[in-house]
Design a protein around this ligand. Structure first.
Ligand code: FPP
Ligand code: MG
Length: 327
């Protein structure tokens, strides 16, 4: 299921804001160094799913100040944080394709990608810095700390197979924190009731957990064309994810042999194919999908605290999309 804006009703309510956001994103490189301008044209030339800005715009509708310019500023800031983190993550993962396009590190090189990410992040923070509520500015900064903590835990953690709890704590930092900031930050900025702000924060966190687990499942079973990035990347890099943790627990019988093979970096193509087959043949994929669905259900329950409005229906549709998507 592709997330084109025409095929998913949850985009419709905030189409005007999304148009404005896209115009702004395409202008981010204006007046900057030509290499940055070219990287921006490359990154924002064809839009991604824009789920995070959509969450910002929908969540803001639960407060009286939802139509203000500052909501678009927050959406742009958080989308730039997200894009900056992906540009840096693609260096870390040595990824060559994202959204069916070569990554910045592949088109240029790691040095350029590093600085393009820094530039995007600085733009994001410049937008956040002039928001009228210090608590929302602090939230953007806290979210970047969380992203860095999650990514650092992933790249510098001890090289053993993580427990399910360790995995969940990492993805809460690296992914769910940004989803929570989109929902909660927008509601705060739009002066929503504190009870609704809290409900949207809980929705965002659990949606983010469901999203990342689904992402990690798709990395093992998806189609490269749908996914827009290489399949099996996490396994190739020796980056253990929830379906792998479950598969190892099922197949290893406590001997730790499979764990070592999964964690090993620089696998041969034959070893990678064999491991992929073993994991796909286990219950790891199914159990991880069930875990994603459980977080989806918690997210959906959090919405019950919100007034029954079309925006609430749209948030529910986003939650359903996140666990049923193929990219
Ligand atoms: C993608 O995960 C990566 C993240 C969600 C976070 C990356 C965070 C950093 C690099 C910290 C730096 C942050 C800033 C703002 C400069 P993934 O590798 O599981 O997903 P993928 O398969 O889409 O790459
Ligand atoms: Mg990655």
């Amino acid at each position: 299921m592709r997330a084109t804006r025409a095929s998913h009703p949850f985009y419709a309510l905030v189409e005007a804001e999304l148009e404005e956001l896209q115009r702004r994103l395409q202008g981010v490189g204006r007046g900057a160094h030509p290499t940055f301008a070219a990287a921006v044209a490359h990154l924002f030339g064809s839009p991604g799913k824009l789920l995070r800005p959509t969450l910002v715009f929908l969540s803001a509708r639960f407060g009286p100040g939802s139509s203000q310019r500052m909501i678009v500023d927050l959406a742009e800031s958080l989308e730039l944080v997200h894009t900056a983190s992906l540009v840096h993550d693609d260096i870390v993962d040595r990824a060559e394709v994202r959204r069916n396009l070569p990554t910045v590190n592949a088109v240029w090189d790691d040095d350029v990608a590093l600085i393009v990410g820094d530039y995007l992040f600085a733009k994001a923070y410049a937008l956040a810095a002039v928001l009228p509520k210090p608590e929302v500015i602090a939230m953007v900064a806290q979210t970047v700390f969380a992203l860095c903590d999650g990514e650092l835990a992933e790249v510098s953690g001890d090289r053993g197979m993580p427990t399910e709890e360790q995995y969940l704590s990492r993805i809460e930092l690296k992914t769910a924190s940004l989803y929570a900031a989109c929902c909660q930050g927008a509601a705060l900025l739009a002066d929503a009731d504190p009870e609704h702000v809290a409900a949207l924060g809980a929705f965002g966190t659990h949606l983010g957990l469901a999203f990342q687990i689904t992402d990690d499942v798709l990395d093992l079973v998806g189609e490269e064309n749908d996914l827009g990035k290489e399949v099996g990347r996490d396994l190739a890099e020796g980056m253990p994810t929830l379906p792998m943790i479950y598969a190892v627990a099922e197949l290893d019988g406590g001997r730790h042999r499979l764990a070592q093979r999964v964690m090993a970096p620089d696998k041969t193509p034959a070893e990678l194919a064999e491991l992929l087959r073993a994991i796909r043949g286990s219950r790891g994929i199914e159990r991880a999908r069930e875990r994603a669905l459980a977080f989806h259900d918690i997210a959906v329950r959090a919405l019950e605290a919100l007034p029954d409005r079309p925006e609430r229906v749209a948030l529910r549709e986003i939650a359903d999309f996140v666990v049923s998507r193929e990219r």
